[in-house]
Design a protein. Sequence first.
Length: 309
Amino acid sequence: MEVLTASVGFCIGIARAYRGINDHALRDSSFTVAHQNSKLEQDTLRRIERGDPELLKRYPGLSQVAVIHDVSTLGDGDRLVLGFHGLPPEGKSELASRGVKILDDLICPFIARLDRIVEQEVQRGFDIAMVGSADNHHLRTARKIAAEHGRRCFAIVSAQDIEALPFAVGQPVALVGEVTGNTEIFHEVIRLIETKHLPVKIRKTMCSDSYGRQRRAAELAEIADVVVLIDDGGDGSQSVFEVCSRRNKPVHRVHAKEVIEPAWFEGANVVAIVGGIMVPEWTIADAAEHVRSLAAAQPPSSAAATAVG
Ligand code: SF4
């Protein structure tokens, strides 16, 4: 059995934030790190807290960094560096008013750009249509920004959802993509807008890293008999799951290699291992090795290994 991997590892925004925190820590580690939505088990800050040896080998300064999940406990004189998810503007202002010094905001530039574009368009009077899951934190942020300007933000989960928007009453709509949303659906929505001449302004806000990750996962799913997705619980993983599922192959979502079942690979010649944006390449490689060992334990099939991406 051949095991293929898309070893893309951390996305651009996460790698940038780890690098930035590491650089700060190597100069002076007397600060705390935080960002919003850090509750996920696979969140990047949790990985620092767990002291992942591979992570610390790459970014040794992280071993000296203190992580916090509730910034309301910070006070006058505390120093803070923000991770790839950043904090909402009102949260940063509130911290500043309490005397907390934000040394660096390492929010991913793609996320910051999405929020900026949503703000621009609602200020111009547009409602927002966002391609992505029905409830994700980017959508919630966009809804909040839209509501502050008396506008609405709609989730576009499938391409046809765009046709149900309030064009009939003359309300202008701007289409954006949740940064890690399903890029195939985004392109289908654009095709529908163009084919039906729908009055929708298109703003391309999908993240290029997520686009490449989905494309590579889809290519592997095309040639594999079975796909194993190492799921970090984020929206990027959901999109990878969706594009692989569209290839009509079984896709197994797991949080750890230990729950992978040998029965999934019965009769399979090619298995693909893919992962979300918070899943490092060493975890993918480890899962691939595990699958190979499961295959080797099941004669008469033979195990082979190839890495892609
Ligand atoms: S997946 Fe894209 S948008 Fe999300 S953090 Fe990574 S680079 Fe930024």
